[in-house]
Write a protein that binds this ligand. Structure first.
Ligand SMILES: [Fe+2]
Ligand SMILES: [Fe+2]
Length: 229
């Protein structure tokens, strides 16, 4: 089953009704490991989520590695490099809409408050140029949303709040290194970030999804994205 929230308002089939019809043939609904996806280890680490999910599906996993590599090469602080590495983590395998807020929430128990904050506010700050700090309005946004697009009120409000915050530059750096070089060059080695992840991401010993944290269900949804319930 695809997630209902991504089907609303689209012309995708009504999978629920279609699935219920197929029960007449003796078919059962997806529950547990989907054989079409790589099987995740029982206590998965952040790196394993990259390996088995984020880098498997679409271009965003690659985008995260390339952006973080550039941030690392530019000599940014380790916690900001981690924020760049994780800034779009909700996009490829969980949910797209309001991805900065979802991404911040799912990493919050495991990173510093500043890293989660930088991830949350990058979404709003992306819409507002800061040329003196090296961030023009992205050409891609003109193409994605049209030149007349005006962000909604909550995005304008949060960008304004972020601009006056002591962690503004951490989130601004995320937007600066948010590079759209999806297809250029080789994929950076994930191992390049092992030390930074080790120092700044508190991987739970039970694995992400199984530590009983308030966000564990988000990680489990990425492990089993197609479960009926
Ligand atoms: Fe983003
Ligand atoms: Fe991004």
């Amino acid at each position: 089953m695809p997630a209902a929230v991504g089907q609303l308002g689209t012309d995708l089939p009504d999978f629920e009704t279609e699935g219920l019809k197929q029960m007449a043939t003796g078919a059962v609904f997806m529950m547990g490991d989907n054989p079409a996806l790589p099987r995740m280890p029982s206590a998965p680490t952040l790196q394993e989520f990259f390996r088995y999910r984020l880098l498997e599906l679409g271009v965003t996993g690659r985008h995260l590695l390339i952006s973080a590599q550039k941030a690392l090469e530019a000599g940014l602080d380790e916690d900001v490099v981690l924020a760049v590495l994780l800034h779009d983590i909700s996009l490829p395998c969980l949910i797209r809409s309001d991805h900065g807020y979802w991404g911040a929430q799912m990493i919050a128990p495991y990173v510093s408050e500043k890293v989660a904050w930088a991830v949350q506010y990058h979404q709003a700050l992306r819409y507002f140029a800061d040329e003196p700090n090296g961030y023009p309005y992205p050409d891609n946004y003109n193409r994605f949303f049209g030149p007349d697009y005006v962000p909604p009120e909550y995005i304008r409000r949060d960008a304004e709040l972020a601009r006056g915050h002591r962690w503004y530059m951490a989130s601004r750096q995320v937007t600066i290194y948010d590079t759209y070089l999806f297809d250029n060059g080789p994929l950076p080695d994930l191992e390049m970030f092992d030390d930074i992840i080790g120092r700044h991401f508190k991987t739970p010993k039970e694995g992400l999804g199984f530590d009983g944290s308030p966000v564990a269900h988000m990680w489990r949804t990425m492990i089993w994205p197609n479960n009926f319930l």
